[in-house]
Write a protein that binds this ligand. Structure first.
Ligand code: BES
Ligand code: ZN
Length: 443
């Protein structure tokens, strides 16, 4: 592995570009500036475009009429790092151990997008040009729902027009298995706040006389599922496209399933909607997840308090034909209906993203599969769907009218969004090879 490439990757990983935290806005901006500098250094024309939120970095080569135009998309923003105490080393001081880089953003998405940047740089250095007209678009708000990217795409539709988009921001089925992802779940985020008395109260003096917001919140949250793991919101499954038999059969043959998921998650047992395998639950069934829950005393020891408020952060993963706005209406109606008496419930809707599905056997899909085959010689390409979301891919389709090829390089235990996120240098190298192959195959 070229030590310069690794050094550059580590420099990229040192920026704490946490998009959700306003305190990190200067770090996000610095990261964008650094990336644009790299893109210029490898020989592209790069610019940092400010938005009402975090900046968007766009780079391009000299476009030649008649050639195909390929966009490579990625994001330089990362998720928050907490719980910080569970990291073995600080998240923004990247460390390499046994050929694996540990840092926040190593897999999601800096390592993956930087493999493309490095691949482009190598091709330019060795051959003096690229086989396609290239647009590299790297945004800083993917982890918060790509809030300002749609407006940017609409405003720059001409300059950003392209034939196809390639993204490495998903996973590989297993180490060494080249993976083409043809579907992603959508997402809808929501925050709940349950409030009660005007202030925290002594739970001995007033407990029993006043409803406890934390108890009320627990009841509301518990109403989201039935005992079989199905989402209990009326109408939630109305628009869900059922799994096809061919898909269930194909997934059952994949070299990854319950045993691997159990091992990689470290959960005591698997659990989910009755009647489906784990892969089916994650890739093709919608879910309701509690991402955070709080209220009342969180410190060491005991404190007999009746908290004045409690909150929950929820996201719903959605599958084809479910519309985020429609689902959110049903969810809100349900939450209001089950809210117990004596408290007030506030619901704040957050970001939305539609589910995505493409046909892996369209000409560009087949080209991408050939590229994957070249990057991972001798291994069959796995065709999968995934449970994560990249909301902008539907916007690309709607605004730019193009399909997106999802060519992920992260591993099941890359710990995206979790402590000790990591990315093997071997995958970084494979991504560099993949970049060259995919630009050639798509040309
Ligand atoms: N890279 C992920 C999406 C992903 C991960 C897709 C693994 C497939 C497999 C992306 O950065 C991400 O985390 N997206 C968010 C979107 C949300 C915050 C709008 C997600 O899925 O939670
Ligand atoms: Zn992510």
């Amino acid at each position: 592995m070229n030590p310069d490439h690794v050094e550059q990757l580590l420099a990229f990983l040192r920026f704490p570009s946490i998009s959700t935290d306003p305190a990190h806005a200067p770090d996000v901006a610095a990261c964008a500036g650094w990336l644009a500098g790299r893109l210029e250094a490898i020989g592209l024309n790069a610019a940092v475009h400010p938005t009402a939120g975090h900046p968007i970095v766009v780079a391009r080569n000299e476009h030649v009429p008649g050639r195909r135009t390929v966009m490579i998309y990625g994001h330089y923003d990362v998720q928050p790092v907490d719980p910080l105490e569970l990291w073995h080393t600080p998240p923004f001081e990247p460390r390499i151990e046994n050929g694996v880089v540990f840092a926040r953003g190593a897999a999601d998405n800096k390592g993956q997008i930087f493999a493309h940047v490095t691949g482009i740089g190598e091709t330019l250095r060795e051959t003096g040009g690229l086989p396609v007209n290239l647009i590299v678009l790297v945004e800083g708000e993917e982890e918060i729902g790509s809030t300002h990217l749609e407006e940017f795409l609409t405003a720059h539709r001409e300059e950003l027009s392209c034939d196809v988009i390639a993204i490495s921001d998903t996973g590989m089925l297993a180490p060494g298995v080249p993976t083409f992802t043809y579907g992603l779940r959508g997402i809808a985020a929501l925050e709940l706040r349950v409030t009660g008395p005007a202030t925290d109260l002594h739970s001995g003096i007033y407990g029993g006389a006043v409803a406890n917001p934390a108890t009320a919140l627990a009841r509301i949250v518990a109403s989201l599922h039935d005992a079989d793991g199905r989402v209990a919101v009326p109408g939630f499954y109305d628009d869900v496209v059922p799994l096809e038999t061919w898909e269930r059969e194909a997934w059952a043959r994949l070299p990854f399933g319950d045993a691997q998921i159990l091992a990689v998650t470290g959960a005591p047992a698997l659990f989910g909607e009755a009647g489906y395998t784990s892969l089916e639950r994650v890739w093709a069934r919608p879910t309701a997840e509690v991402n955070g829950l709080g209220g009342g005393f969180q410190g060491t020891g005991t404190k007999t308090v009746l908290p004045r408020e409690a909150f929950a952060k929820l996201t719903f993963r959605l599958v084809p034909r479910q519309q985020p706005a429609a689902v959110m209406e049903k969810v809100s109606a349900h939450l209001r209906a089950v809210c117990p008496p004596g408290v007030q419930l506030e619901i704040t809707c957050g970001h939305y993203g539609e589910p995505y599905a493409t046909d892996p056997n369209l000409p560009d899909g087949l080209a991408a599969q050939r590229a994957l085959q070249r990057a991972f010689p001798g291994r069959d390409v796995a065709l999968i769907r995934e449970g994560g979301s990249i909301p902008i891919v539907n916007t690309f389709k709607r605004v730019l009218g193009v399909e997106t090829l999802l060519l992920g390089l992260a591993l099941p235990d890359s710990k995206m969004h979790a402590p000790n996120e990591n990315f093997p240098l071997a995958n970084f190298e494979a991504g560099i090879r993949l970049n060259r192959a995919v630009l050639e195959e798509l040309s």
